[in-house]
Design a protein around this ligand. Structure first.
Ligand SMILES: C[S@@+](CC[C@H](N)C(=O)[O-])C[C@H]1O[C@@H](n2cnc3c(N)ncnc32)[C@H](O)[C@@H]1O
Length: 467
């Protein structure tokens, strides 16, 4: 790998010659592979896996399997995430104790959102946002597969959040950056790097932070992270947030043997750097800040939603059919909404807030999508199959073999055994739901989302959880 000369000069100045040499050696090595388990769905630990020390559900794998052909991957049993990013768990566990409303502003493809959704206190709501349209679809897919009901996925520019003043208790800004942490696996990141681009990046990061700052409650927590190494996008920006926007920089308790590096600019505020020659991961920079001001005792959530900007078109209200309210556990804890023939269950605690979010933002997914109303038919949604709150025993189930499961995920026709009843059937693999099919007797219609299907015909040798 040929590193740009300006990068070499700047980074060796920042780290010191000796550390920089070790850092460059680490960049030549293979990137470690790691996954994080979705413990609400699946608790088996992969063979020969080693735990990631700063994560409760993360594991390094000894080989790199082809995840695309693992049905458990598509069922949201685990997420493939590089290990240093899993450190976000420590920031959340140490600073977020009560049910909270969290915004993950730059969230696609969803690594840190799925992590946050696993570790936020019970009763919290996560709003996961991504500005790029195609990436926001992937974000929605990954959060639907993760299966937690307390989520909203949006596709907005940070500036669109302006009217959601003081709504969030926690904001994660995993900002777009110059991507020096990607050098090891992505030659394009090396080729595109320049000092000018670093400047563009830190300036854009400051714009993003300014845009979003008003949405954070006084006393709220900002987690700022990048996957780059330079000081401008890291320590300098953290100092700028503290001084210009008004925040206290907070320490995160860490263990010595995690090999985390602190502040590299000689300032005395705490930041957490994962450098690839000292910690097994691709690289991360993270800092935690608390916005100045007292948390208000007045509950924002109780604010009435503002009038719908888009003209408050009165739609004929469609009532949610009673029978589908039985399809998830604790159905009384949800608001049952019908939007364009789609029935959604959304956590009742946050109904008012959902109204405000709907007025301000473009929502791609919220809560659990239960079913589509098609005349007298209630067509179960894939989100229901993936949901961790789906009630057992509502739909007949059919067990698929590995080959059948991959065929289903490719959206090929499925043939079920004759004893499987007609109608909607939940298909499972190793006891985990993969999705629905409609059994019409001689064949079953495959209801797997078309846009998520596996497109390759290849079958791999290595599985994360061998058969
Ligand atoms: C580092 S990635 C996020 C990774 C993600 N948090 C995860 O853990 O999976 C940064 C994201 O910011 C988005 N982004 C790009 N420009 C942006 C902007 N001007 N404002 C907000 N987000 C932006 C990118 O599309 C990208 O998805």
């Amino acid at each position: 790998m040929n590193l740009p000369s300006d990068f070499i000069r700047r980074t060796s100045q920042l780290m010191g010659e000796e550390q920089f040499t070790l850092f460059c050696e680490a960049l030549q090595r293979e990137t470690p592979v790691s996954i994080r388990m979705n413990e609400r769905k699946f608790s088996q630990i992969p063979q020969d896996a080693r735990p990631v020390a700063w994560s409760s559900a993360g594991y390094y794998l000894s080989v790199r399997p082809t995840f695309t052909f693992d049905p458990l991957f598509h069922a949201g049993c685990y997420y493939v995430q590089e290990a240093s990013s899993m450190f976000v768990e420590q920031a959340l566990r140490q600073y977020v104790h009560a049910p909270s409303v969290m915004l993950d502003l730059c969230a696609a493809p969803g690594g840190k959102s799925t992590l946050a959704r696993s570790v936020l206190p019970e009763g919290s709501l996560l709003v996961a946002n991504e500005v790029m349209r195609n990436r926001s679809q992937v974000l929605a897919e990954n959060l639907i597969k993760w299966g937690h009901p307390g989520v909203v996925v949006t596709n907005n520019d940070p500036a669109d959040f302006a009217e959601l003043e003081q709504v969030f208790d926690v904001i994660l800004t995993d900002v777009p950056c110059s991507g020096e942490g990607m050098f090891r696996k992505d030659q394009v990141a090396v080729d595109e790097w320049s000092v000018d681009n670093v400047t563009l990046c830190w300036q854009r990061q400051q714009r993003i932070l300014r845009d979003i700052w008003g949405c954070l409650k006084p006393g709220g927590i900002l987690i700022y992270s990048t996957c780059t190494f330079n000081r401008e996008e890291n320590e300098d920006n953290v100092q700028w947030i503290a001084e210009e926007l008004g925040a206290e920089i907070l320490p995160v308790e860490v263990k010595e043997d995690w090999g985390i590096t602190g502040n590299l600019i000689g300032a005395d505020f705490p930041v957490y750097r994962f450098l690839p020659h000292k910690t097994v991961g691709e690289g991360l920079f993270l800092a935690v800040l608390r916005k100045h001001g007292e948390a208000s005792s007045e509950e924002n959530l109780s604010q009435k939603p503002k009038k719908n900007k888009k003209g408050d078109k009165r739609q004929k209200e469609v009532v949610c059919p009673k029978e589908v309210k039985d399809w998830i556990n604790d159905s009384d804890e949800y608001e049952w909404l019908v939007e364009d023939s789609l029935v959604r269950a959304f956590p009742k605690t946050y109904t008012e807030l959902y109204g405000r979010l709907k007025n301000a933002l473009k929502i791609l997914h919220a809560g659990v999508a239960i079913c589509s109303l098609k005349g007298k038919d209630f067509l179960p949604e894939h989100s229901l199959a993936m949901s961790t709150v789906r009630k057992e025993g509502i739909f007949p189930e059919a067990v698929l073999s590995y080959e059948q499961a991959v065929a289903y995920l490719r959206k090929e026709a499925v043939t079920l055994s004759p004893e499987v009843p007609r109608g909607y059937v939940l298909l499972t693999y190793r006891g985990i739901p993969l999705g629905f099919a409609k059994n019409i007797g001689n064949r079953a219609n495959n209801l797997y989302p078309q846009e998520w299907r596996i497109r390759s015909g290849y079958l791999p040798e290595n599985l994360v959880f061998p058969l």
